[in-house]
Structures are given as C-alpha cells and as structure tokens.
Design a protein around this ligand. Structure first.
Ligand SMILES: [Zn+2]
Length: 345
C-alpha cells in the first residue's frame, strides 16, 4: 500500500512524499500500525505486520507486481489529469472500498487484479462502484491468466484461466475482455472466437495500447471478422476419447446421451458438433447441449418447448458483464440458429 496516516493524521503517499523511516504510520482502513518499507528494487511502500486483520484482502499480502502496476497507472494519469488518486477510499453503505487508482476529473477507477478471488467478491466490488456511480475498468493480469499458444499473422491461439470467465463481455455476438500486460506496460484488449471443444481455448485478436498512449475514451475496436473455427470429426472423437478415460460406463453423462439416442460413436450425425461463439460463455459442453437439442427435436418437440428446456439446460459461466438480459439474448440466438440447422438437415 502507498497511502498511510502519520502521527499527526496527515496523509502520506509513499510514491510522492519523502517518508521518514521508523516513523509511526497507520492504515487508513483498519487503523492498525503499518511499517514503511523503503525499497531498492521495488517502490517504497507501507505494509501491515504479519497476521494483521485488515479487512481489505489485497492489503494482506500485496505483490510486487500489484504495487508496480498501481504506481505506473498513477504516474501515467497524473501527467495527464489534475486530480488523480492512488488507493482512493470511498464509502459504500457501512463499508469502505478502495480503488487502486481513481481519476477524479474523469470519474473513472482502475482495478488491477492478479490474485484469484471468488466471483462474489468481484461482483460485490463492482456493485460498490455502481452504487458510488464511479465508472470502473477492471484490468486483469494477462501475463498470469492468458497463455499464447501460437500465432499466425494477426491471429493468436490462446488458452486462458477460468478466472478470465468472470470478465468476459458479450456484445452483438462478439466476446472480449481487457487486461494489463505487466511485462510490456500496456493495456490489452482481447477479442475471442470459439476454437475447439477444449474449454477456454480460443482464437483471438489482441490490440495493445502502451500505457504511455492510454487516454480516454479507451478506443479499442471490435473486429467484424468472423474467425469462428469449424469443429472437425477428429476433434469430436478426441473429445469423446478423453471422456472415456474418466468413465467408460453409461454413468458418463456424455456417453449416456449417445447411448440413449442409439448413436454409435463411429457414426455421429454431422449436425452434432457445430461451433458457436457463445460457447465461450457456456459452462455446459457444446456436445451435451447439442445432443440434448437433437433428442428433443427428434421427439417432435416444438421450437417453444425446446427453447424452454434448453434455457434450463445450458448453464453460463459467471461474468460481471453478463446479466440475465444478455444471457437470454445469447441463448435465444444460439437455440434459434441451431434449430434452423436441425430443420435443414
Ligand atoms: Zn489495514
């Protein structure tokens, strides 16, 4: 942490001010004593003693990267705007919340996130900003959460951590998220297209904006390209093979579905395994919901009945940007399109 009070109740900022080593400082939130750590390799900062009970979890054990990114964002915006605060504290109902960096003039806050925290905490913090009517930009650590597998021209093949699911945006069929590249000091924008049947593998286009060039509005453009890949028979066979490794009996949900519909694994209908971009938002595997829809369709169920059943069958991953309205929109698009495909085959 960078902000603490001294004995006289004055605010000390470890990035800006000359702080006296060995002086007495207290945490503005929990009022416990904090120690000033003069840095050589990293920026000087304050830290709680071990076993502290500070309510702000990020203060418990703050990483070097978190300190560094906060400082970089703070200094960059400070050069551009007159009122920029690091570790800005604001009150929501009866609790205090803290923004990594807050641009007062713009009413925009930044949260840099590199530790995995539960979805409920992310949601609660996001709601805090909404209540305070502060615009919030979450920047997740892409060095930690995104692995670039290979690159061909402008197209990247990535695998990302489950934590990224919490931050996926969905707009007009496009899926994207923001992050911060700590190594290259840049805000990055990833647009994703569903790739194969492996979870959290995606094709993507990445736009990089060096911190020195960052200004508002953040103008990352959504690409109109459709890079959605086709799922091949081989992908499907491999996927089923992996499932077999875990459980070969009909108790295996996926195998059970094939078995119940008398579908031989060597002769899977072409209509099973059609890729959809929205799959990146779903927790329910693609083959499962398509087999379920195929079954209902073959039973002669109407579109309305199928839509209703699939609404309960397909489960979404949690994301702070995807509310129930967006969910039903995505669901409708997918079920409608897949229904058309079923009708036409
Ligand atoms: Zn504290």
């Amino acid at each position: 942490m960078y902000i603490a009070y001294n004995n006289n109740g004055e605010i000390c900022n470890a990035i800006e001010d000359d702080i006296i080593k060995g002086g007495e400082y207290i945490c503005p939130l929990c009022k416990n004593k904090v120690i000033y750590k003069k840095g050589r390799k990293i920026q000087s900062h304050f830290a709680h003693s071990k076993n502290n009970n500070c309510k702000i979890t990020t203060y418990k054990k703050e990483s070097k990267e978190h300190l560094e990114v906060k400082k970089n964002l703070y200094q960059h915006f400070k050069n551009k705007y007159s009122d920029v605060q690091v570790e800005y504290i604001f009150k929501i109902d009866d609790s205090l919340q803290i923004a990594d960096v807050y641009l007062v003039d713009k009413n925009i806050a930044f949260e840099y996130q590199r530790s995995v925290i539960p979805y409920d905490s992310i949601k609660q913090r996001t709601l805090g900003y909404e209540k305070a009517e502060i615009k919030l930009v979450w920047l997740i650590d892409v060095n930690k959460f995104v692995k670039e597998l290979r690159k061909s021209n402008e197209i990247l093949y990535i695998r990302y951590a489950p934590f990224v699911d919490n931050f996926l945006n969905y707009h007009k069929g496009c899926i994207f998220f923001y992050g911060y590249d700590y190594e290259n000091k840049a805000i990055v924008f990833y647009q994703l297209w569903s790739y194969n049947l492996k979870k959290r593998n995606a094709i993507c286009k990445k736009t990089v904006c060096k911190l020195g060039d960052v200004d508002f509005p953040l103008n990352f453009k959504i690409s109109k390209d459709n890079l959605l890949s086709q799922i091949y028979r081989k992908d499907i066979e491999n996927y089923i093979y992996v499932q077999l490794k875990y459980d070969k009996t009909v108790k295996n949900k996926l195998l059970g579905m094939f078995y119940n519909q008398r579908i031989e694994l060597t002769n899977i209908p072409k209509v099973i395994g059609i890729n959809f971009n929205e799959q990146l938002l779903f927790n329910t595997p693609l083959l499962m919901w398509q087999l379920e829809m195929y079954r209902l369709y073959n039973l002669g169920k109407s579109y309305g009945e199928i839509f209703c059943k699939l609404g309960n069958y397909i489960k979404f991953n949690s994301s702070i940007y995807i509310n129930s309205r967006i969910k039903s929109h995505a669901l409708e698009k997918v079920v409608k399109e897949y229904y058309k495909i079923l009708v036409n085959t």
